[in-house]
Ligand binder design. Structure first.
Ligand code: LER
Ligand code: MN
Length: 279
């Protein structure tokens, strides 16, 4: 088992109701088979990509994860868009409304399975779809969601994304600025090494910057080409060193392309990261 006093390795997998093929779902097979493979490869946790919590039994999901000695690292919102096309900001007000309700459902689900946080990445949508005042709209949506989460002991992690995937919050500074405007103690950041490599001026300083603000709450792993760590040119030794320096105790969660196949990508991530964490 890769022993590190701080960081724990996880990987993203969809829950059973997700009906579409998720390009970043590691390990092949059913939900149970993926959990089995994650446990056998010595992952500590799984990040659950949930689309429709109403179709799931929280108790069954929590048991399926726990009985294999795994933890739930996070509840990810990305599958909501993939399955139902919902985004928090949207041209159609009813889409935005349903997305906000769904975010509440994800928070309820996270509370029920004792997951530490819910991620908000591409699920936020685009400012351009919202017209003037879009930023205030986003701030209001996040503030209400944070209050809902706070009442249920669930944190939210906003993820800066590269410019090709969204038109707002591309880097850590922009993320921290938005967090200040929202002003919620249970809203923090998720930094994804793949997006970081595209948008940040340093792939290591951004982790220190987020941590110094007390907002480094979750990390996604993907190399520069979004393959397993070690298969691109991102400085993972430097990133691991920065995470150690700041005493990061959260999850580093693989969210990368399942290439050349889902099992090889899952195993290669563990091989590369456990060597770095052991070193
Ligand atoms: C998408 O590129 C991503 O990184 C996800 O975590 C957010 O939807
Ligand atoms: Mn990500």
């Amino acid at each position: 088992l890769p022993e590190d006093k701080n960081m724990k390795l996880a990987l993203a997998i969809p829950t059973p109701e997700v009906s579409v093929t998720v390009p970043v779902a590691l390990f092949s097979g059913t939900f149970a088979q993926r959990l089995q493979k994650a446990a056998r490869s010595s992952y500590a946790g799984v990040e659950l990509m949930v689309a429709r919590p109403a179709e799931l039994s929280a108790g069954e999901i929590a048991d399926a994860v726990a009985c294999r000695g795994l933890e739930i690292a996070a509840i990810a919102s990305g599958a909501v868009y993939m399955v139902d096309g919902l985004t928090l900001m949207a041209e159609d007000a009813s889409v935005s409304h349903r997305a906000q309700t769904r975010l509440g459902d994800l928070i309820d689900f996270a509370a029920a399975v004792h997951a530490p946080l819910v991620t908000v990445g591409g699920f936020r949508g685009r400012l351009a779809s919202c017209g003037p005042g879009a930023r205030e709209t986003l701030i209001g949506i996040l503030r209400r969601a944070a209050t809902y989460g706070s009442d249920r002991g669930v944190r939210l992690a906003l993820e800066p994304l590269n410019r090709y995937e969204t038109d707002c919050i591309h880097n850590t500074q922009e993320g921290l600025d938005l967090l200040s405007e929202v002003g919620a103690d249970n809203l923090g950041l998720l930094l994804d090494t793949y997006h970081v490599n595209i948008e940040e001026s340093s792939v290591t300083e951004c982790f220190r910057q987020a941590a110094a603000a007390g907002k480094l709450w979750h990390v996604h792993l993907g190399d520069s080409n979004r393959l397993a760590p070690g298969w691109g040119h991102t400085d993972f030794p430097g990133i691991v060193a920065a995470l150690r320096d700041v005493g990061y105790r959260g999850y580093v969660s693989a969210e990368l392309l399942a290439l050349p196949d889902p099992d090889s990508a899952g195993e290669a991530t563990m091989r590369h990261m456990s060597a770095l964490l052991a070193g």
